[in-house]
Design a protein around this ligand. Structure first.
Ligand SMILES: O=c1ccn([C@@H]2O[C@H](COP(=O)(O)OP(=O)(O)O[C@H]3O[C@H](CO)[C@@H](O)[C@H](O)[C@H]3O)[C@@H](O)[C@H]2O)c(=O)[nH]1
Ligand SMILES: [Mn+2]
Length: 655
């Protein structure tokens, strides 16, 4: 049985085809749809209530009308959000099948790590991220790790240099004891399983790490690289001509060249290529932030390793699951569906969420609800980190049914030049004038000019016909650092809200570029984020105006029956007359047209409930008593005899 399965798998296609991943409808989807429908009915009832009970008094009327508009907006926005809840899916990968079919033909992967500021993003954190991805459970000689340093900092470079040495111990240690997670700092802070990890090996690797940390921290505190370290690597001399982080030439240093026979770890195993890049920056050239850095990396890596798959992560997101590369390949390499997939997005998960998460930094709704929902309509957003891309689709290729990617590695030596030569010839690709007159930032690579360069880039990939998938295995792929202060949170959310709103209105938005190219559900799902910003208007109104009215004793929300009645009567009493819309509801009011004063009027007799009338029943169908209003006639010239004069009349009537 097992053998047959293997044989079929080796073909990959044909009748016995076993997919590399499976897609299931999210649990409880039908129950959710039912709930959603009932909620929609509720929303309509709120709207109906608002329209039916619009108050007449001007003072309340406008507040009420705007409250209705806010509720109308919330209701419609809620309808839009249903797009990424209605059709949620979950994906499961079969890594054993991948390995059975492709273990010796696995493709190479280029891994991009972005950092921008050595003070906000300390070099120790950056290299922990780098080390975690260098130690993936994947053929090491097929990995190339690139660090883009927009801070142009020699401290970061130094830390990476240290990491390149430490990796020679770290990678074999990880593989030997099969540990998780593979970021040293994160691993040392968890309790190692003494049954799995040899305690001597553990203490010696911990010692190496502590020493490295000490050297890096000392240099960081010093603020510069000590002379004895500077002379150890030619790379440091580049900083002689760096005048500031915003004004320097391209610095490109290949720290490990995996083709070099001496690039082996302490046990003789192969090493991944490791590259440091600080692209050129000049004060009068726009650098386009992370998008600019990513595009420089795409070009530079195309000369050095040029792998078909690119993983990009932020420097504060270490790999928490060493099988992530294999998970993503289960999508790309699936024989039937793989050729439609442009990128595989993992969720952003965080290690530093505070107990009550008061600023919502964990992004739970996005990662647990929205992204699986988007996946049902054509794919999740590209959220800038923890994402595997197909290099060609990221560089602008359009989808076509006929074109199929072949990810299987063809063994050929792609690069012939020596690394020093290569550094020289490749450098110019990261110069700031290089993109002039090219499609970079427009049709190629990440798009420029939008604060959410990731979302706009992902959308344009979807508009070119590609799908994406959301992969969220139980063991999280990446763990990062979320903003924890109010100020950081506000800055981040303002950028997201602003960026997505700008995208919605731009010609690259879901309803302009996406029109006719992506599904309606997908368009609406993108809209959820595009409408974050305008949502604030309705929210502000809803939060500010009703409390202000409450201060004046006026409630703009439904009250209970008695309170409502009381409210109507009290307002009418205060008004001193019956408002027109109430007058027209009962003929009785017309009697007062001929009343000149309380002491001078005709008899007014109104039977409000007549018990002989079959319709005079309460809400349970029980008959009601007769209810009569009487104002006996009064004329100034006639004595009215007070209460004694009033009573006989009632007795006469009550037959
Ligand atoms: O000029 C720059 C600015 C930033 N970065 C890097 O970009 C990443 C994200 O920047 P950060 O300031 O941390 O922004 P966040 O708000 O945390 O980023 C979130 O939102 C961004 C925009 O939507 C996405 O790109 C990110 O992946 C996502 O984590 C970090 O690694 C930075 O080092 C650069 O490389 N160059
Ligand atoms: Mn960040």
């Amino acid at each position: 049985m097992f053998k047959r399965e293997r044989e079929m798998e080796s073909t990959g296609e044909g009748e016995g085809y076993l997919p590399l991943f499976e897609t299931k409808e999210a649990k409880g989807q039908n129950a959710y749809r039912l709930f959603s429908l009932s909620r929609f009915v509720g929303i309509i009832m709120v709207w109906v209530y608002r329209i039916t009970y619009t108050p007449v008094e001007l003072e309340q009327r406008w507040a009420w009308i705007f409250l209705f508009l806010a509720e109308l907006w919330f209701g419609l926005y809620w309808v839009v959000t249903q797009s990424n809840r209605w059709n949620s899916v979950c994906r499961y990968t079969f890594k054993d099948r991948l390995s059975n079919r492709f273990e010796d033909k696995l493709p190479g992967v280029d891994i991009f790590v972005c950092t921008a500021d050595p003070t906000i993003e300390p070099p120790m954190m950056v290299i922990n991220t780098v080390l975690s991805v260098m130690a993936y459970n994947y053929p090491t000689e097929k990995l190339s790790v690139y660090l883009s340093d927009d801070g142009g900092s020699d401290l970061t470079f130094y830390a990476l240099l240290e990491a390149s040495h430490f990796a020679k111990h770290w990678i074999p240690f990880c593989k030997k004891f099969n540990i998780e997670p593979r970021s040293p700092a994160a691993y040392f802070s968890t309790k190692a399983d003494p049954l799995l990890v040899d305690s001597n090996a553990l203490s010696s690797i911990k010692k190496l790490y502590d020493e490295m940390e000490y050297r890096i921290e000392t240099a960081t505190k010093l603020g510069r690289i000590p002379e004895d370290i500077r002379i150890k690597h030619k790379g440091f001399s580049e900083w002689d001509s760096v005048s500031s982080p915003r004004d320097h030439q391209t610095i490109l240093q290949v720290l490990i060249d995996r083709r070099n026979p001496s690039a082996v770890d302490i046990e003789g195993g192969s090493m991944p290529t490791l590259v440091y890049l600080a692209r050129e920056k000049r004060p009068n050239h726009p650098h386009n932030f992370k998008a600019g850095a990513m595009n420089a990396l795409i070009r530079v890596s195309s000369k050095i390793s040029n792998e078909k798959i690119i993983l990009n992560i932020d420097c504060d997101m270490y790999s928490n699951n060493s099988d992530t590369v294999r998970d993503s390949l289960c999508f790309f390499m699936d024989e039937r569906k793989g050729h439609e997939i442009a990128f595989v997005q993992f969720p952003q998960c965080f290690i530093n969420i505070t107990k009550n998460d008061i600023y919502g930094g964990s992004l739970t709704v996005i990662t647990k609800v929205d992204l699986p929902g988007l996946d049902g309509y054509g794919g999740p957003l590209y959220i800038g980190t923890g994402c595997f891309h197909n290099r060609e689709t990221l560089c602008g290729r359009k989808y076509s049914k006929e074109y199929k990617f072949d990810y299987r590695e063809i063994v050929e030596d792609k690069v012939q030049e020596s690394m020093t030569e290569l550094e020289e010839t490749t450098k110019i690709l990261a110069d700031c004038t290089f993109e002039k007159g090219t499609q970079w930032g427009k049709e190629m690579g990440l798009k420029y000019g939008c604060p959410v360069e990731d979302v706009i880039t992902g959308l344009s990939i979807h508009c070119r016909g590609w799908k994406s998938v959301y992969c969220n295995p139980t063991r999280k792929g990446f763990l990062g650092v979320a903003p924890v202060t109010l100020a950081q949170t506000l800055v981040q959310h303002k950028r997201w809200a602003e960026g997505n709103f700008q995208l919605l209105l731009s010609k690259f938005g879901p309803f302009s570029c996406g029109l006719g190219r992506i599904k309606l559900g997908h368009q609406l799902a993108y809209c959820v984020y595009g409408l974050w910003a305008p949502n604030c208007l309705a929210t502000l109104y809803y939060n500010v105006v009703p409390p202000l009215y409450l201060l004046k004793g006026i409630s703009l929300f439904p009250m209970k029956l008695y309170e409502e009645m009381e409210h109507r009567i009290e307002t009418t009493s205060k008004l001193g007359r019956i408002p027109e819309d109430i007058r027209i509801k009962h003929t009785g009011f017309s009697e007062w047209d001929s009343v000149s004063s309380p002491r001078d009027h005709q008899t007014i007799l109104q039977v409000l409930i007549g018990r002989r009338n079959p319709s005079a029943v309460d809400i349970d169908g029980v008959p009601l008593p007769t209810l009569v209003y009487l104002a006996r006639a009064k004329r100034p010239s006639h004595p009215h005899n007070f209460k004694a004069g009033a009573t006989p009349f009632v007795v006469t009537i009550h037959v």
